[in-house]
Design a protein around this ligand. Structure first.
Ligand SMILES: NC(=O)c1ccc[n+]([C@@H]2O[C@H](COP(=O)([O-])OP(=O)(O)OC[C@H]3O[C@@H](n4cnc5c(N)ncnc54)[C@H](OP(=O)(O)O)[C@@H]3O)[C@@H](O)[C@H]2O)c1
Length: 335
C-alpha cells in the first residue's frame, strides 16, 4: 500500500525556535480522490520564517496552526490522480497543503502552473513576489543608494537585484557573515555588502532601505538615511529570533529627516501581484535576476532546517524537497 508521511503540531513552541518534540511525523495511507478531488504528490515546500510564527501562538498576530492538525504552507506538487476534469495527472500545481508528501483536496485548492516557466520548478515557490510588492510601495529614483537587510535571504536577495533594475545607483546588502557578504556581491550583483554584527559602516547617505529584520538595524538605517529617504518595512526577523522587542530610540530623526516608513503585506496588492506574474518570469529567463536556493531533503529534516534558517546558516530561499520515492502512484480513481 502507498503511504504518505505528514507532520502534525503537538504543542505551540514556547521558545523562539522549534524543537523536534513539538511536532509528530506520522505515516498514513494515501487516499483516493472522491468526486471533484485531486491527489497531488508534493515536490517542494517553502520553508519561511512565517511557518514558525504560525506554530507559535502569537495572540492573533498571524493565524495559528491548530494543535493536533497537519500544518499548512506553500507547496508545489504534481497531480497523480484526478477526479476533476480540469486537472490531469502530470499537471504541476501550486497550493497550500504543505507538511505532507501527498495532498488530497478539492480541485479548486490547486492552481496549475506552467512547469517550464522558470529554469527550475522550485522557482515557483520563490519569495520574489514579496520583494516586488515591497518595492512597489516606495519610490526609487535614478542613482539612489539602496540598502537591503537580510540581503542573502529569500526576499532580500531578490529585493536588491530588483532595486538595481529599477535604477538604483548603488545597492548594498546587510548580512550576517563575511562569507554571505562576498556571495551577494559575487553571485547577485550587489555593489557592496557588510556584516551587520560589526555595526553599520558609513555608507555615505542612504535613500532607500528595504527592511526585512527591524530592531537594531532599523535604528541604524534611520541614522544613515538621507533627508526624504524611504524605508519599506517588510519583516521583523530580529525580534522573531531573539524574542526581544527593540524599541526605536531615534524617532526624532524620522521627523527631522522627513523620512517615509511604509509597511505592507503582499496579499493586500493583487494588482501588483498580477504585474509581477506578467513581468517577473522573463527577467529570470534572460538571467537579469538570479533566484538563489538552499534545498533540504526529506520531511523528517524540516525542524532542524527551520532552526538553521533563522540562525543564518542558509543562503537564498530555503526549500524542503520531498523524497523522490519511486513508489507507485495510486490507481486512477473511478469517476
Ligand atoms: N510583508 C510581507 O508580506 C512579508 C511576506 C513574506 C515574508 N515577510 C517577512 O520578510 C522577512 C524576510 O523573509 P525571508 O523569507 O526572506 O526570510 P530570511 O530573510 O531568509 O530569514 C532568514 C534570515 O534571517 C536573518 N536573521 C536571523 N536573525 C537575525 C537577526 N537577529 N538580525 C538580522 N537578521 C537575522 C538570517 O540572515 P543573516 O545570516 O544575514 O543574519 C537568516 O538567514 C521575514 O521577516 C518575513 O517574515 C514579509
Amino acid at each position: 500500500m502507498t503511504t504518505s508521511r505528514q507532520m502534525r503540531l503537538l504543542t505551540h513552541p514556547p521558545g523562539t525556535l522549534p524543537i523536534p518534540g513539538e511536532v509528530a511525523l506520522e505515516e498514513v495511507p494515501v487516499p483516493e480522490p472522491g468526486p471533484g478531488q485531486v491527489l497531488v504528490r508534493n515536490l517542494y515546500m517553502a520553508i519561511d520564517p512565517g511557518l514558525l510564527l504560525r506554530m507559535r501562538c502569537l495572540d492573533g498576530l498571524v493565524p495559528d496552526f491548530p494543535l493536533g492538525e497537519v500544518m499548512w504552507g506553500h507547496a508545489l506538487g504534481e497531480v497523480v490522480a484526478s477526479a476533476d476534469p480540469g486537472k490531469r495527472p502530470g499537471d504541476v500545481v501550486l497550493h497550500r497543503l504543505a507538511w505532507r508528501e501527498y495532498a488530497l483536496a478539492d480541485a479548486a485548492k490547486f492552481d496549475v502552473v506552467d512547469a517550464d516557466l522558470y529554469p527550475s520548478r522550485s522557482h515557483h515557490l520563490s519569495s520574489a513576489v514579496v520583494a516586488w510588492v515591497g518595492l512597489s510601495r516606495i519610490r526609487i529614483a535614478p542613482g539612489d543608494t539602496v540598502v537591503v537587510s537580510s540581503a542573502a535571504g529569500a526576499v532580500g536577495s531578490v529585493a536588491g537585484q530588483l532595486a538595481k533594475l529599477r535604477g538604483a545607483g548603488r545597492v548594498i546588502g546587510s548580512v550576517g557573515s563575511p562569507d554571505k557578504a562576498g556571495r551577494v556581491v559575487r553571485t547577485l550583483g550587489f555593489d557592496d555588502a557588510f556584516d551587520y554584527h560589526e555595526g553599520w559602516p558609513d555608507l555615505g547617505g542612504v535613500d532607500v532601505y528595504y527592511d526585512n529584520v527591524g530592531g537594531q538595524q532599523l535604528e541604524a538605517a534611520i541614522e544613515a538615511m538621507n533627508p526624504h529617504g524611504r524605508i519599506v518595512l517588510c519583516g521583523g526577523t530580529e525580534q522573531q529570533v531573539s524574542g526581544q522587542p527593540h524599541g526605536i530610540r531615534n524617532m526624532q530623526l524620522v521627523i527631522a529627516k522627513r523620512l517615509t516608513l511604509q509597511g505592507f503585506t503582499t496579499d493586500d496588492h493583487p494588482d501588483v501581484i498580477a504585474e509581477f506574474t506578467r513581468e517577473f518570469p522573463p527577467l529570470v529567463a534572460r538571467g537579469a535576476v538570479v533566484l538563489p536556493e538552499t534545498v533540504i531533503d526529506g520531511l523528517e529534516n524540516i525542524i532542524p532546517a527551520m532552526r538553521a534558517q533563522l540562525e543564518g546558516a542558509h543562503f537564498g530561499k530555503v526549500l524542503l524537497r520531498f523524497r523522490p520515492d519511486g513508489r507507485p502512484a495510486p490507481a486512477t480513481p473511478r469517476s
